[in-house]
Design a protein around this ligand. Sequence first.
Ligand code: CP
Length: 305
Amino acid sequence: MKSLINITDLSVEEIEELINIANDIIANPDKYREKCRYKKLATLFFEPSTRTRLSFEAAMLDLGGSVLGFSEAQSSSSAKGESVADTAKTISCYADIIAMRHPKEGAPLVAKMNATIPVINAGDGGHNHPTQTLTDLLTISREKGRLENFSIGFCGDLKFGRTVHSLIHALSRYDNIKIYLISPEELKLPSYVKSDVLERNGIEYIQTTDFEETIPNLDILYMTRVQRERFFNEEDYLRLKDRYILTPEKLEHAKEDLTIMHPLPRVNEISTAIDEDPRAAYFRQVLNGKFIRMALILKLLEVEI
Ligand code: CP
């Protein structure tokens, strides 16, 4: 039985199929209203979330299914010392599919190894966030009409930003992608991602600290927040958090058809004055997250479409 722990668990063809199903759901929502009748999704969130948890729940409800779960570790028996493995075995008795977010890297993999139902990684520490990546790929495909031949700039916290790590993994399998990595020295992309993903796959990339100089080169700008919860030292966070802020002035020399993305939540890194700019795709990205998660649930539950 299939689960989704890393984005590379899915082939490029499987991702294309999910994007096609999501586009069909957007075009024909009524066709899908009863597809998961009597099916239950458990959302096990040991870390805060707004979009991922609620979009999973909205996705299952829009498919006619039901949802159960918890939104913080303290309200589950993990607060009494229960292991992830035992939690997964327990939830397998109550639900048909699990979406799990956990602060520890690898926790969803442990859940998968112990569950008897499919497990979806909804974000594990600074490691991976594959359903955000599916959301991002659907967004790029809908905004640009393609998943190859573009320049993308990742800006902000590239060290701890799991959405960045997952999306770079995914994009390394498409043709002619040029990547700009814009971050302070302290928040650079981990060297294992550079060597194991970018260099191994021959992906052209440029590392820089210069945001304004880079923006005119980009077809897609992927902003990220500095991940306060992963810092050991509050002083470092305060020093780095406002290093890159996208303002209308900084977009003066950007391409007319630039696509501005952000996995959200936003803290300070995109001025709200940009929200009405047609190039700002981040709230369309939020909506796409529900549709691609609907497609994923259908595929993992092997529902006939
Ligand atoms: N993009 C994302 O993962 O948002 P949440 O933390 O609100 O789920």
